[in-house]
Design a protein around this ligand. Sequence first.
Ligand code: G4P
Length: 523
Amino acid sequence: MANQEIERRRTFAIIAHPDAGKTSLTEKLLLFGGQIQVAGAVKSNKIKKTATSDWMDIEKQRGISVTTSVMEFDYQGYKINILDTPGHQDFAEDTYRTLTAVDSVIIVVDGAKGVETQTRKLMEVCRMRSTPVIIFVNKMDREAKDPFDLLDELEAELAIHVRPLTWPIESGLRFKGVYNIYEENLNLFQPSKQVVTEKVRVDIHTEELERHIGAPLAEKLRDDLELIAGVYPEFSTEEYLQGALAPVFFGSALNNFGVEELLNCFVKIAPSPRPVKAEERTVLPEEPKFTGFVFKITANIDPNHRSCIAFCKVCSGKFTRNTPYLHVRQGKTLRFSSPAQFMAQRKTTVEEAWAGDIIGLPDNGIFKIGDTLTEGEQLHFRGLPSFSPELFKYIENADPMKQKQLAKGIDQLMDEGVAQLFINEFNGRKLIGTVGQLQFEVIQYRLENEYSAKCRWEPANLYKACWIESGDEEELAAFKKRKYQFMARDREGREVFLADSGYVLQMAQMDFKHIKFHFSSEF
Ligand code: G4P
């Protein structure tokens, strides 16, 4: 029983550069899962560019992202868990963390734009964890790049082997459809935004193909397929599961075209929950005892109560409501009477959850990103390393009467993983590092609204935070002495060098050859 429940689970995230079509694809998958009946029901959790200065709007939009954080549905006997990721790149760190809780990902790429910055960064995280990826090339109903060029670009930019499993016939106004290479049939393009389209199935080895798409395109398709067979090796599920090979699908999410092919293949080849590494040992999903870890904490929508939802990925066994579990970091036993499960826009109380599932636990400040829950075992799941932030600012107290509230607020927001905190060792000042300007604004807003604390930002012109290590104690001491104004510690107490420019960092690397400068906290 247990194994079947676990084996039918597919827990994944859709990642993309903003505007590539993540929301549209998610919505179409939910249509197939019967979770929604019409398109347009899934709200984008994008923080619209025009609304960056409207705080209530950000709050509202964050609210939306709480309910769409996990979307679950059944499809062909499989249980699908889609983990949503923020649409705005200023919150990319949230996406990195979500990737620690998935067993595979689908990458959406805009067929006209190809690989964009955000996709490249997210792929790096997938590569670090050998996460299996499937690529969906979207917007083929618009003028797109040549599919062979796109495949080359995907391979070069994402550093992964690719293998097309469907193939487009033209794009834009001339877009005729996609050929399903693994099922050997053709689906002709019939745009429909609202419903799951009926397909026209054509055997391409017959004259029928010419009748549908004309002789020149028929010939081209047959040539293309021959070339694909010659250039790309057979698709190997094994290699895909190792994260070395990505199958590629073409289509149009908006028109629900090519999505069913993607989904049908996905449920077949995507992995069920995979073993998870803890510091002490590797935990297998089919182990009978429950273990899980918190990978995301989402702030409350109601500003009057500071209660968040901590999202916990079940790594092994079965989670049951109202059962005592050990919160390992705090050494406390907790019972959860209202764990939540998410179905499209609805949130319901869950009685039990299996490895692969995500449960939402009410959190009034007890959880930190990376916390482990078990049936009593001392286990610590490894999270994702922190990456060097891109932007830095000193945070100062703007209301002397609220010193304590500010300290508490900063502490809890950092526990939630909103940004990174460093303490400058020279002057004791608190430095906040983020990946986007919007995060500073959210921090300031939340400190005021949830903690009644006021903060002020002061500029810190820094380039990177580098975690340093060296086998040469003497050289390390000399370095720290020379750079004493730029030495800081992260929240775990690890030593960090704050480089103020790329040039300074380069010089430091040349002068101190035995010191390693890392851009992430795990090395
Ligand atoms: P995101 O979540 O990755 O940011 O992308 P989203 O799905 O919101 O799509 C971004 C824009 O691209 C949307 O247009 C959407 O309609 C459009 N789009 C998505 N898939 C396709 C496709 O297959 N073909 C075409 N032609 N367009 C597609 P928008 O104007 O920003 O928003 P909306 O007004 O349509 O909602």
